[in-house]
Design a protein around this ligand. Structure first.
Ligand code: ATR
Length: 276
């Protein structure tokens, strides 16, 4: 029930219609009896949108495409790992005794990917091959370093891959050399395999046996062809909804101070996806 004391949360981006986050966070508020609401907010003008959020007393806001980098210049404070990644996906507004609320920016994508991986493999001390060199690869890569993993990186466009690998301080593996590579886990951070091109694979399936754990960030379909091919070769697999769920859980903790109800959030994500 929304009333005069309802706390405000939401997601700002363009587009936001596809976002699964409202279903996930609103289900979590309901499960814990928190008087809060999380709404989608399509915003073309980030600066105006941001001022509005601060002026209207929002507490926590997710930031999505295309604002994750540009929002950094509007923050009062930024988390050190988010600064390294160069992207912020979570805002926390803190009321001050006087004056306007302070806004601190975080990136919970890396926390989400580490926690998702940890369901099958603790990142620390293990070697992980990352496929991709976009924004998602940056968050996953810096996150793995933060957790004490060793990483290798491969990407279709070599120049882009080499650039990110050098920023991460890790080796770049050209596609032609992939057959020589073994690692404890593989993470696909590209959109390859997403519907409607769901038969595409980001790596040759015969190489998957070299990676005991295979994680995908694509979640539509949930059982991507990559995960199916991996499972058929005896690999343990982690679906793309896990990263989304755990990054949301990290946001929930930052905003409410409470542990997120994991099963509730996962079920809300599955129901929302299933209804589409
Ligand atoms: P995001 O921010 O979501 O990570 P991005 O910055 O557009 O998105 O990055 C997309 C990544 O997916 C890149 O690594 C891209 O490879 P290129 O650098 O070669 O473009 C990768 N990618 C997208 N489509 C691909 C495809 N069909 N085959 C291989 N890699 C692909």
């Amino acid at each position: 029930m929304i009333n005069g004391r309802t706390q405000l949360f939401g997601i700002i981006g363009n587009p936001v219609e596809h976002s699964l986050s409202p279903a996930m966070h609103n289900a979590a508020f309901a499960a814990l009896g928190i008087n809060g609401v999380y709404i989608p907010m399509r915003s073309i003008d980030l600066r105006e949108g941001f001022s509005g959020l601060r002026a209207l007393g929002f507490i926590g806001v997710s930031v999505t495409v295309p604002h994750k980098v540009a929002v950094i210049s509007l923050l009062d404070e930024i988390d050190p790992v988010a600064r390294k990644i160069g992207a912020v996906n979570t805002l926390l507004f803190q009321k001050q005794p006087e004056g306007r609320p302070l806004c601190k920016g975080f990136n919970t994508d890396w926390l989400g990917s580490n926690q998702a991986l940890a369901e099958e493999l603790e990142p620390k001390g293990h070697t992980v091959l990352i496929i991709g060199a976009g924004g998602a690869a940056r968050a996953v890569g810096f996150g793995l370093i933060e957790a004490g993993a060793r990483i290798l990186l491969t990407n279709r466009t070599e120049s882009k891959g080499r650039e990110l690998a050098s920023q991460l301080g890790c080796p770049f593996i050209p596609t032609a050399d992939l057959p020589t590579i073994q690692a404890d886990a593989l993470i696909n951070t590209t959109s390859v395999g997403m519907a409607p091109l769901d038969q595409a694979l980001p790596i040759s399936p015969e190489l998957l046996a070299n990676f005991p754990v295979v994680m995908d960030i694509v979640y539509a379909p949930l059982a991507t062809r990559l995960l199916q091919e991996a499972a058929a070769r005896g690999c343990r697999t982690i679906d793309g909804l896990k990263m989304l769920q755990y990054q949301g859980a990290a946001q929930f903790k930052l905003w409410t101070g409470k542990d997120a109800p994991g099963a509730v959030m996962r079920n809300a994500l599955l129901a929302e996806l299933g209804g589409r």
